[in-house]
Design a protein around this ligand. Structure first.
Ligand code: SAH
Length: 401
């Protein structure tokens, strides 16, 4: 999300001297350029972008995510969607739309839950829709979810790949969320918003100025931050675009969105950073070879929904998972596992997900829901008794009543 930088910056020169640093990566962009354009090129440029070319999710990559660590994570999220589907009166069809599925592990674990609950879901027409820009990662997802049984479409087709999951559910791949068909949908974005390009600003004597990325005239092949000499017309950054679109869709078609990410509720400023080989990496060095990320400001996402949907959270990952019954699930898995190595692995991954010093506190869950899910529409006849609204799982303590 929009971050605010407090380090010292030089003003942007009017005509930057040429250098070879980023010519390969972003020859098309004028320099100095907005951070959001720099990030977009560094992450998703078709030939050189980090996700498109490298996409290092997983232990052998640059960062490990919760679904990669433990099957329990995706299972509990699967239960969350089934619970919301039931609370909505079991509609006859739903789409599960995952934004940025990485290696596909999360949807894989969710599909296992759908299969286990097949008797409950048998009359429901389910389809999976994956929004992924990386050809490399979409191949890994196809392998994970369908065993590689997919059909590719011509380049200009918005659905660039189709297949059937190992559990028999149709899956479609898109580059852009706008191309996902409208309809009652459950959206999922795990570590997706933090990968979207941001703008950055600094307060100066003359008001807020945008932070730009420029080639360093003193040092060949080096980039530096500069300040825009005057106020820049700032268009919305991508996280805002996505949250507005989700809110519009949920208001119109119904469903729910679950967003889980590094983040805060408007309490932090500059969180822009890079990761390479599990270590912090200078965001301006070797663009395209490292993951660039910024914490999600959930207060801003809430603002961007502009009252079209209700929101819940952010709530810390360890609280959400606890409310979803992670302790019980761990006990069942421990009882079912025969060897001590598996039990150790289960305990270690539980600790990674839940420990406040690991992922338990810095990751948050946030939900967008249609208003009627949380509050009754104004009813003229107040004399009719009302059935209590079903609480939203995960955001309050699990009630076993
Ligand atoms: N959700 C996964 C992966 C997170 S990494 C997990 O938790 O393991 C971010 C994912 O978003 C990657 O799959 C990346 O290729 C994808 N991505 C990044 N920018 C994107 C964009 N603009 N549109 C669609 N997908 C994008």
């Amino acid at each position: 999300m929009t971050g605010f930088s407090f380090f010292r910056l030089s003003p942007a020169p009017s005509s930057p001297p040429p250098s070879s640093t980023t010519r390969q990566l972003s020859a098309y962009l004028p320099s100095p350029r907005e951070l959001t354009n720099y990030m977009r090129e560094a992450l998703t440029n078709p030939a050189q972008g980090y996700y498109t070319r490298r996409g290092g999710v997983g232990e052998s990559g640059d960062f490990v995510t919760s679904p990669e660590m433990s099957q329990v994570f995706g299972e509990l999220i699967g239960v969350w969607y089934v619970s919301e589907w039931m609370a909505a009166g079991k509609p006859g069809a739903f789409q599960l739309v995952e934004l940025g599925p990485g290696r596909g592990s999360l949807t894989h674990d969710i599909l296992r839950v759908f299969k286990q609950l097949a008797s409950l879901l048998s009359k429901c027409d389910i389809s999976i829709h994956l929004v992924e820009v990386s050809p490399r990662l979409s191949e890994i997802q196809a392998q994970m979810l369908t065993g590689g049984q997919v059909q590719s479409s011509p380049r200009d087709d918005p659905v660039y790949m189709k297949g059937i999951s190992k559990t028999g559910i149709p899956i479609s791949w898109y580059r852009d969320i706008q191309d996902v068909p409208q309809g009652y949908s459950f959206y999922l974005a795990h570590e997706f918003f933090d990968a979207l390009p941001i703008h950055k600003f600094q307060r100066t004597d003359r008001g807020w100025r945008e932070v730009l990325v420029d080639e360093d005239p003193e040092v060949p092949d080096q980039l530096r931050f500069v300040l825009a000499p005057s106020a820049t017309p700032v268009c919305l950054c991508w996280p805002c675009d996505f949250s507005i679109l989700l809110a519009h869709r949920l208001e119109k078609d119904g469903g729910a969105a679950l967003i889980a990410d590094y983040g805060h509720d408007g309490t932090k400023t500059d969180t822009f950073r890079g990761f390479r080989n599990h270590k912090l990496h200078d965001v301006l060095k070797a663009p395209g070879t490292a993951d660039l990320t910024a914490d999600v400001d959930f207060s801003y996402l809430r603002k961007m929904t502009q009252g079209r949907t209700a929101t819940l959270g952010p709530i810390k990952q360890r609280e959400f998972l606890k409310n979803m019954g992670i302790d019980l699930r761990l006990q069942v898995l421990l009882q079912n596992s025969q060897d001590t190595a598996t039990q150790k692995q289960l305990r270690n991954s539980y600790d990674m997900l839940m420990n406040p010093k690991k992922m338990g506190d810095c990751f948050n869950f946030f939900a967008l829901l249609p208003h009627h899910r949380l509050t009754y529409p104004d009813q003229k006849d107040n004399t009719q008794p009302r059935a209590p609204l079903v609480p939203v799982a995960g955001f309050g303590e699990l009630s076993l009543k």
